[in-house]
Write a protein that binds this ligand. Structure first.
Ligand SMILES: Cc1cc2nc3c(=O)[nH]c(=O)nc-3n(C[C@H](O)[C@H](O)[C@H](O)COP(=O)(O)OP(=O)(O)OC[C@H]3O[C@@H](n4cnc5c(N)ncnc54)[C@H](O)[C@@H]3O)c2cc1C
Length: 379
C-alpha cells in the first residue's frame, strides 16, 4: 500500500487530501493507496473571514468547521503534532511518540503572526489575523469614537493584501459611523510604497490619497511604547495612536523550524515548479510553509494542491508526475465595505488590478461562502 501523509489540516492540506481522495478513488477503495492527514487542531478556521469580524460582518461560527467534517470520508484523520521527519527511513514522529511511515509526505504546516518580535505590541496593539485578536479588535471598534488610528505592517505575512483591505474598510466604516472627520488614519509600511508590487501600490496610493489616508514608507517597526501610546520605527520615528492595528511579521510552523530544512524564519526551501522539498523527490511543501517568492494565500494553496494531486495520482499509477506549478495566484481586494477589485498573476506575469466595483465585492462575498465547497477540491 502507498502511504500519502499530509502534515497539516488547514487549507492546503485539506484541499490536497480531498482531491486525492476523489482523483485516486479507485486506488483508495481497493486499499492500494491511503491518504492520511495529521492535524494538530480539531477545528478548521476560514482565515480570510477574519477580515470581516472587526466590523461585525461575520460571526466566528460562520468561519469554523470540524476538520473531520471538511475531509472526504475516505481520508484517514489523525490528531497530533508532527515533531520530526526522518527522510532516510521515511518516518514522521508525532508529539505522542507515534511513528508514521510514508511513501510520499506533504508538509502543509502554514504560517503564523509573530507579535513577540515587536515589544509592547501584545499589550497595546490589535492583530486581526487570529480569531481572538479579531474579536478584541471588534470590541475596540465598538467603543472607538475617533482619534488617531494606525495600521502598521511587518514583512513577510500571509495574505499580502489584507492590511490594505482592512485600512480601506476601516476608512469606509468610520465614514458610515459618522466619525471620519474626527479620525486620522496612517498606514505604515516597510517598503518605499504602500505595497510590494507596483500596480497594487499605485492602486492603494490612489485610494489612500482620495480618502485622506496618510502613508509612512520605509517604516520598520521597532517597538510599541505602551506608556506614551506611540509606535516606534527602527529609524526613531514615533507615531502616536489611539487605535493600533498591526500585522506582525510571520514565521513558519515550529515543526518546520525544527526540521533542519527551513531557514531561520521557518520557511521550507521548495522547488518553485515541482513543489518538492529541495531535491527530495518524495517530500513536497505547499501553502504558506514554502519559501516561494509568491503570496502566502489560500488561492496559492488551491492551485498548488491541484498540481500536486495530479502529480501524485500520476506517480501512483506509474507515471512521472511532471506537471509544473507556475506561480498562479488570485486575490480579491476589498477597497471599502461595498467595493472590491481583484488581481491574478504568476511568476511571469505581474498583477494588474481592475477598477474596483460593487460587482467584484459581491463576487468576493460569494467566494467567501463557497470556501467549504472549495475545500472539497471540486472547484
Ligand atoms: C486575515 C486574513 C485574511 C486572508 N485573506 C485571504 C484571501 O482573501 N485570499 C486568500 O487566498 N488567502 C487569504 N488569507 C491567507 C490564507 O488563509 C492562508 O494563506 C491559507 O490558510 C494557507 O493555507 P495553509 O494550509 O498553508 O496554512 P493553514 O491554513 O494555516 O493550515 C496549516 C495547518 O497546519 C497545522 N500545523 C502546523 N504545524 C503542525 C504540525 N507540526 N503537525 C500537525 N499540524 C500542524 C496548523 O495548526 C494549521 O491547522 C488570509 C489570511 C488571514 C489571516
Amino acid at each position: 500500500m502507498k502511504e500519502i501523509l499530509i502534515i497539516g489540516g488547514g487549507t492546503a492540506g485539506t484541499m490536497l487530501a480531498n482531491r486525492l481522495a476523489r482523483d485516486a478513488a479507485e486506488e483508495v477503495r481497493s486499499g492500494e493507496v491511503r491518504v492520511t492527514v495529521l492535524s494538530n487542531k480539531e477545528e478548521h478556521l476560514y482565515q480570510p473571514g477574519l477580515l470581516y469580524i472587526p466590523f461585525r460582518l461575520k460571526k466566528p461560527e460562520e468561519l469554523m468547521r470540524k476538520v473531520k467534517d471538511v475531509l472526504h470520508p475516505s481520508v484517514r484523520l489523525l490528531f497530533g503534532e508532527a515533531v520530526h521527519i526522518d527522510v532516510e527511513r521515511k518516518i514522521v514522529t508525532t508529539d505522542g511518540g507515534r511513528r508514521l511511515s510514508y511513501d510520499y509526505a506533504v508538509i502543509a504546516t502554514g504560517s503564523h503572526p509573530n507579535p513577540e518580535q515587536i515589544p509592547g505590541l501584545s499589550e497595546a496593539g490589535h492583530i486581526f489575523y487570529t480569531l481572538d485578536g479579531a474579536l478584541k479588535l471588534q470590541q475596540a471598534l465598538d467603543t472607538f469614537e475617533g482619534g488617531k488610528a494606525v495600521v502598521a505592517v511587518g514583512l513577510p505575512h500571509k495574505c499580502p493584501v489584507a492590511p490594505l483591505e482592512f485600512t480601506m474598510m476601516f476608512e469606509d466604516w468610520a465614514r458610515k459611523k459618522g466619525i471620519r472627520e474626527k479620525t486620522d488614519i496612517t498606514y505604515c509600511y516597510p517598503l518605499g510604497r504602500p505595497y510590494g508590487t507596483e500596480s497594487v501600490a499605485d492602486l492603494a496610493q490612489r485610494e489612500f490619497d482620495q480618502r485622506g489616508i496618510q502613508v509612512e514608507t520605509f517604516f520598520y517597526m521597532e517597538e510599541v511604547d505602551v506608556a506614551k501610546r506611540e509606535l516606534v520605527s527602527m529609524d526613531g520615528r514615533r507615531i502616536p495612536f489611539d487605535l493600533l492595528v498591526v500585522i506582525p511579521p510571520h514565521k513558519g510552523a515550529p515543526f518546520a523550524l525544527k526540521s533542519g530544512f527551513a531557514d531561520e524564519d521557518g520557511w521550507m526551501p521548495t522547488d518553485r515548479h515541482r513543489l518538492t522539498l529541495l531535491d527530495q523527490k518524495d517530500i513536497f511543501v505547499i501553502g504558506d510553509a514554502t519559501n516561494l517568492p509568491i503570496s502566502k494565500a489560500g488561492s496559492v494553496a488551491h492551485f498548488e494542491s491541484e498540481i500536486l494531486a495530479a502529480n501524485l495520482v500520476d506517480r501512483i499509477r506509474g507515471g512521472p508526475g511532471e506537471r509544473l506549478y507556475h506561480g498562479k495566484v488570485f486575490c480579491f481586494i476589498e477597497t471599502g465595505l461595498d467595493r472590491a477589485t481583484y488581481i491574478a498573476f504568476d511568476y511571469a506575469h505581474p498583477p494588474n488590478p481592475v477598477t474596483p466595483s460593487k460587482t467584484i465585492h459581491w463576487a468576493k462575498l460569494a467566494y467567501n461562502n463557497m470556501h467549504w465547497l472549495n475545500l472539497q477540491g471540486i472547484m
